[in-house]
Design a binder for this molecule. Structure first.
Ligand SMILES: *Cc1c(COP(=O)(O)O)cnc(C)c1O
Length: 366
């Protein structure tokens, strides 16, 4: 049996450090906005290379808080348009629409599955005030052409770094490249908590101060509320776990890259298309996406050997039941991905022998 993501084994690989940390917090008796959270914020800000980090409840909240803060600051207003990849996870889009902002879907590039400068240029209208740049599958979506395009038009770049912790572009980490970034520490991410957790990173002090209030009931002084805030805080247990796991993130991302290169050099079957990687350093392989016109065959062949796969994502956001207003949109590449994409297992504990077994099965599909 090869699980897509063996969370039990991955968690066990951090023992006894995790159990020790949890016990320490129980004994300390301080559970929210305490020393673990403050230390994590500092360590994560320095890892990403940003002046500010605000820990919060989950990745969606981190995205929502960024747009909510820009509204509180008067930089975004109701109805402003936000560019967003058509093939992202729905959380990216919900953070836009739940802020009374309007998503403008951009179909991704057919080689990288990322939004490029060309796609951005053709989708942008005069009402576009921000671009939610998603480093999808763990690959950096930032480049100088995209940055120049946004700078020329005064478009704010918000990064969705949920899938790309540790990814590097030109000596800088994703999450430090745009105006602000949202990070998810959902258990299955490259840096995963044992429950929900998220964070915002930015070099914009005003934005950081606004979010620091918004995520704690609009307050930075108990019982004084300056903003109409929400409750979205990271608890001390999750912060302590993330501090432990952060120390091994780079090593684990290196292992992910080694597995990905084993897949890329080993898989050779005209029925499947490998991901096109431009720069291995700018990829942390949260997901290893294959494309195939006979995806069901690939899924079944692997399932027959007890090997789990996933699909990212089976229904594009603009075709979801909750968004009937976008159903008539045509996003050919996002729709093709939804029909042909299949993700192979890829996690730091996967062994060379398991990778070889998966490659053998994929190559035998005829
Ligand atoms: C996981 C994910 C999120 C949401 O994170 P949560 O912590 O589950 O709220 C947002 N965007 C992308 C691209 C994701 O993969």
């Amino acid at each position: 049996m090869i699980k897509y993501l063996p969370l039990k084994e991955i968690t066990a690989s951090y023992e006894p450090e995790i159990s020790d940390a949890l016990r320490r917090i129980v004994e300390r008796g301080w559970f929210l906005l305490g020393e673990e959270c403050a230390a994590f914020e500092q360590e994560y800000a320095s890892y990403i290379g940003c002046n500010h980090c605000i820990a919060c409840g989950n990745g969606y909240d981190a995205l929502w808080l960024i747009f909510r803060a820009y509204r509180a600051m008067g930089i975004l207003k109701d109805g402003d348009e936000v560019l967003v990849p058509a093939n992202t996870f729905i959380a990216s889009v919900l953070a836009i629409t739940n802020n009374n902002l309007t998503p403008v879907f951009v179909d991704p590039d057919s080689n990288s599955y990322l939004v490029g400068e060309e796609g951005l240029r053709s989708a942008t209208t005069s009402r576009c005030k921000a671009y939610l740049m998603v480093h999808l599958y763990g690959q950096c979506a930032y480049n100088s052409a995209v940055a120049d395009f946004c700078n020329e038009r005064g478009i704010i770049i918000v990064e969705d770094n949920a899938q790309a912790h540790g990814c590097m572009y030109d000596g800088k980490r994703t999450g430090s490249l745009g105006n602000a970034a949202a990070h998810s520490f959902y258990p299955g991410k490259n840096l995963g908590a044992l429950g929900d957790a998220g964070a915002v990173t930015t070099n914009d002090k005003k934005l950081a101060d606004t979010i620091a209030k918004l995520h704690n009931y609009g307050s930075n002084q108990k019982y004084h509320h300056e903003e109409v805030g929400v409750n979205s805080r990271m608890d001390e247990f999750q912060a302590a776990i993330l501090r432990i796991k952060l120390r091994r993130l780079d090593a684990e991302n290196n292992r992910r890259r080694a597995i990905a290169s084993q897949y890329i050099s080993g898989i050779d079957n005209p029925l499947v298309r490998l991901p096109q990687v431009r720069d291995f350093d700018a990829h942390v392989f949260h997901i290893f996406p294959l494309m195939s016109e006979c995806r069901d065959k690939v899924v079944e062949a692997l399932a027959k050997h007890d090997i789990q796969t996933q699909i990212h994502y089976p229904i594009p956001v603009h075709k979801q039941e909750c968004y009937p207003e976008w159903h008539s949109l045509s996003m050919p590449m996002a729709e093709k991905l939804s029909m042909q994409e299949v993700s192979l297992p890829l996690h730091p504990l996967l062994t060379d022998a398991e990778v070889a077994e998966i490659i053998g099965i994929v190559n035998s599909i005829g």
